[in-house]
Design a protein around this ligand. Structure first.
Ligand SMILES: [Zn+2]
Ligand SMILES: [Zn+2]
Ligand SMILES: [Zn+2]
Length: 766
């Protein structure tokens, strides 16, 4: 080193996810490596550092600070200013400083790291088989934190006093558990217990072995995990799976499966390189994978589905259980139908009574409910279907500073979104708002976000649907805030734009189930020209009646009758009726009356309902027991061999708005059915037709505006076939196509769009 190089001091401020992730020990070691003196300290706003030394070492230190940051750290910004030297002699870690009103980003919960896994499986290690092993690089974070700064007394670990061994690790800057707030061991940390149906402890020597034994025998266990309870059973035991479905009152909805290792997964599913990366990422989400025919996971886990939702173990408890079990386990959310997952032991004992035979619980409290995240990879590109564990509350970074806004989201798959500075804090999955428990979860989570991120929303955005509970919640703010109603599909399209960091104007294709329109109709097949501030409806699928209103959503055959009768008349309906299975004549009569007299038959342009209707005609009879079940079936049965054919349609214009006429499509489907064209070919043709409709409408929008950029959003794009075909068709025609990759295309992403639209409309002009 050049000894004549003068000593100087740099004051450094780092923001991002830099607390609870081993950032200070990393800085400490880095300073030692470069022989620098000074200190590092956590503040409410991030991490402050002062380092003193010779210039080349300081420059290298700054470069390494960003490049070598620990795996869980997410450095947002590093600012450095020069100061006269202070004469520091050594480098030290100083204790945390609380600053009024300041906030920082919080790490999501992270799957068990390789170092901890090694200890967990090592019989010589003091944490061998200890189900709460964690370190600065892994373990619970968001689910145990009640306030900032992130320190043990502000987490649910406060009840556990560390033993001398754990304390020594915690205090040693060179230990990988330095300041790991949930640090614990079998001596001092949380522990498991096994309870019977009535909540009394089952006296066993080894709880995990006993649980494995019970699962092997085909019993159903409620297992307390990271962000809530799972219901678990042997996924290869058809009898057990059937019992779980009956008790959970969930006859058909696909359930997720956990498998011990990647090798195991590949024996049941096809796994691409991208999928393997995502499965074994720090977030460890559930991934929908092509399900092999010879898989021993019984088909009842996801009936009629080509894909199986699979995840790897992400807590030490899961690792030990799955390894000792030697078989895949169903790990489905611990709830009854659409209620939120249970998080407290007594809550689980009450709500899951009659479902679980035994309860595998522990005494580390869960503070925030946190469902598993669900992703899919389509043609090499991954996108979330449910953004929760491992992702929230990490924000979506905006390219501008937003006002403090709370956007309340929608009714199904609810999330909310709060913006502040250049961050959009999209909440974890909250769920379907139709019950008290979910509403409470929604409200409690909003309060938690307000506290953690020091939010005081001045603007509250909400969906235009007057009956949504989230809308009612928003209106409850009254005059204390500025209330901004946002149209559902405008929000979908803007969420896709923000997902892509795109601004300006786009053509928006929103293919969706239900969204309240500005004309009071139920929209869902929408072609818009939109920016952050406003939108214009270029066109939509033709309006058809939704006989019986919302009831039609659960009874796809009602939609089929609605389409056929209103578009093809009595004759068309009579020709089609035999394909709808056994029908109650009186019900058919009532449906027709509802349509004729326009009683309880609101109009809809929904793409989801069109697919429902066709699905009913192609063999989906009876009720749908979960959202989009009929639509999913249509995707699953569609033929693999594509002849590229589609059904004819026309577009008519009225007052500058186009309506895609559906009668010819229905006539085509009916002719195919009568001509005994197999259902898979018809299903495929419908997908092709929808892609063609999108292309034609985008061309119309392009010719009017000169735009060539299209954003795709809405729940129908969870359908891989529709997604792939639409993207390919538009790209072949020269359009730039924006799709989702960080937030869901379904209603889980809508709150993000609401927030950004509210921010733009309420922008004060300066
Ligand atoms: Zn670890
Ligand atoms: Zn200990
Ligand atoms: Zn929607």
């Amino acid at each position: 080193m050049n000894q004549r190089e003068p000593i100087s001091l740099k004051k450094i401020h780092v923001t991002g996810v830099v607390q609870g992730v081993g950032f200070r020990p990393f800085v400490y070691q880095l300073a030692h490596e470069h022989s620098l003196a000074g200190w590092v300290c956590n503040t409410s706003a991030g991490v402050d550092i002062e380092v003193e030394g010779r210039s080349p070492a300081l420059i290298q230190f700054l470069a390494d600070l960003k490049a070598q940051a620990p795996p869980l750290a997410h450095v947002e910004s590093i600012t450095a200013t020069d100061s006269p030297p202070d004469g520091y002699r050594q480098f030290e870690i100083r204790s945390s400083v609380t600053q009024e009103g300041e906030y920082q980003l919080i790490s999501p919960d992270i799957a068990t790291c390789q170092d901890c896994l090694r200890e967990l499986l090592d019989p010589q290690d003091r944490r061998y088989r200890y189900p709460f092993t964690n370190c600065t690089n892994c373990g619970p974070r968001f689910t145990i934190i009640e306030d900032i700064p992130y320190d043990r007394p502000k987490t649910t670990m406060r009840d556990f006093t560390m033993c001398p061994d754990c304390q020594a690790e915690y205090d040693n800057p060179l230990d990988r558990r330095f300041h790991a707030q949930p640090n614990a061991c079998p001596i001092c940390g949380p522990h498991l217990s096994l309870l019977g149906e009535d909540g009394t402890a089952v006296g066993v020597e080894d709880v995990i072995s006993a649980a494995v034994q019970l699962l092997t025998e085909g019993r159903i266990l409620a297992i307390k995990g990271l962000g809530g309870f799972h219901l678990a059973c042997d996924a290869t035991n058809e009898e057990a799976v059937r019992r779980l479905r009956q008790r959970k009152r969930r006859p058909a909805k696909p359930m997720a499966v956990m498998m011990a290792t990647m090798e195991k997964i590949t024996t049941h599913c096809l796994v691409s390189r991208e999928e393997e990366e995502l499965l074994s990422s720090l977030q460890c989400p559930i991934l929908l994978l092509p399900w092999k025919d010879d898989s021993t996971v019984c088909r009842l886990v996801a009936p009629g589905n080509r894909y199986l939702g699979v995840m790897l173990p992400y807590t030490p408890l899961h690792h030990v259980l799955l390894r000792e079990m030697g078989r895949p386990l169903i790990m489905t959310s611990g709830n009854v139908s659409e209620e939120p997952i249970a998080i407290k032991n007594d809550e689980a004992l009450t709500r899951l009574r009659g479902i679980a035979d035994y309860f595998l619980v522990h005494n580390r409290e869960i503070y925030a409910r946190y469902d598993d995240s669900v992703w899919m990879v389509v043609e090499g590109r991954s996108q979330p279907l449910r953004r929760s564990r491992g992702y929230a509350p990490f924000p979506i970074r905006l390219s501008f500073k937003a006002q403090q806004i709370l956007a309340c989201g929608t009714e199904l798959k609810n999330t909310f979104c709060a913006t502040k500075d250049e961050y959009a804090f999209l909440s974890q999955h909250i769920g379907d708002m139709g019950n008290m428990e979910t509403l409470e979860h929604f409200q409690a989570s909003i309060e938690l976000y307000k506290r953690l991120f020091r939010l005081e929303p001045e603007i509250v955005a909400y969906d235009m649907h007057p009956d949504y509970l989230a809308t009612k919640y928003a209106l409850g703010y009254g005059e204390s805030v500025q209330l901004v109603p946002v149209q559902h599909h405008h929000a979908h399209i803007v969420s896709c734009m923000v997902d892509n960091g795109a601004d300006g104007e786009v053509i928006g294709v929103a293919l969706d189930g239900t969204g309240y329109g500005t004309d009071g109709a139920i929209w869902g097949g929408e072609f818009l020209v939109a920016d952050y501030r406003s939108f214009r409806r270029v066109g939509h699928l033709q309006y058809v009646p939704l006989p019986g209103g919302e009831a039609a959503i659960h009874k796809p055959y009602r939609m089929a009758i609605g389409h056929l009768y209103s578009l093809l008349g009595e004759e068309g309906l009579s020709a089609a009726l035999p394909f709808l299975g056994e029908m109650d004549e009186l019900e058919v009569h009532i449906i027709k009356q509802q349509i004729d007299q326009e009683i309880n038959a609101p109009l809809t342009s929904s793409c989801g309902r069109l697919f429902d209707a066709v699905s009913a005609l192609l063999g989906f009879h009876g009720r749908a027991t979960y959202e989009a079940q009929a639509v999913i079936r249509l995707e699953m049965i569609a033929a693999d061999q594509d002849d590229g054919t589609s059904y004819p349609f026309s577009i008519v214009e009225l007052d500058g708005i186009r309506a895609v006429q559906l009668a010819d499509i229905w006539q085509g489907i009916l002719d195919d059915l009568l001509g005994q064209v197999p259902a898979p070919a018809i299903a495929l043709r419908l997908h092709n037709t929808m892609a063609q409709i999108s292309l034609d409408m985008c061309r119309v929008a392009a010719s009017e505006t000169g735009l060539d950029r299209v954003a795709l959003s809405g729940g129908c794009f969870q359908n891989r076939l529709l997604f792939t075909k639409t993207v390919a068709t538009l790209r072949e025609d020269g359009f730039e196509v924006l799709t989702h990759s960080r937030v869901p295309c379904n209603d889980g992403g809508v709150s993000l769009g609401q927030a950004i639209i509210a921010n733009s409309t309420m922008q004060t002009v300066d």
